[in-house]
Design a protein around this ligand. Sequence first.
Ligand SMILES: [Zn+2]
Length: 265
Amino acid sequence: MEIVFICLLVFGVIFAFDAMQSRLHKYLLFRRKKGFEQHETYFRSIISNNISYFNKLDHEQQHKWLFRAYLFFRSKKFHYVGVAKSDEMPILISATAAQLTLGLENFSLNYFRDIYVLQHDYHYGFYSLPFMGHVDSSGIYLSWDNFLQGIRSSEDSSNVGLHEMAHALAYVNFITKTDEDKHFKKEFHQYSKVARPIFQEMQRGKKTLLGDYAASNYHEFWAVSVEFFFENPERLQHELPELYEAMVRLLRQDPYIVLRKNKVA
Ligand SMILES: [Zn+2]
């Protein structure tokens, strides 16, 4: 009899704790939404002025993008190293993370709390070539000159913001496993079925639009393919259609369709 009573008590406590947690979560989300309402116009003007792809999405997607960028922005600590801080910096960096993960459930890149902004290319570790950005266990690093160039011009298919966020997304899913997205993890295997053979051919010397840097290792192949996916979807879809389609399924976004719709409109 006593055992039954203790069991009931334990279940009761667990149930009450669960209910309390879910109410707290709802309350925090409500507070965040209220806070977001005050900042939405400001976020919209900065993102819309700098990332042309944002303007091509429908209102619902834009709203989702802005809210997620706001939550990302609130959850990170930005450090400015040898660069004068401007209000747009953390917002545009957060917007880039939200762009990549727009079709996924998890978008916080939890594990990374610190984002470092530098002015120009920089040297890191023992590498002789200068870096535009990198990701390691201490945080996400971006050089502002290159970041801006990346979001404002799509002709070079280069976007260091998306590139580093792609590394960070793989990092939290496969290395730290701190922010695993079920869909992303499952679908990444399908992506690799298409991507690995292309990468291996490139390592044997085959040239593709992704360029030699993508052949340096599979992490770079992934990050460069993300840059092309958003920056030049038409060419990627045309030249490596299977890879493009695998990325549409993986990221649950289709920038080529978005562009085509806008051309017609
Ligand atoms: Zn890289």
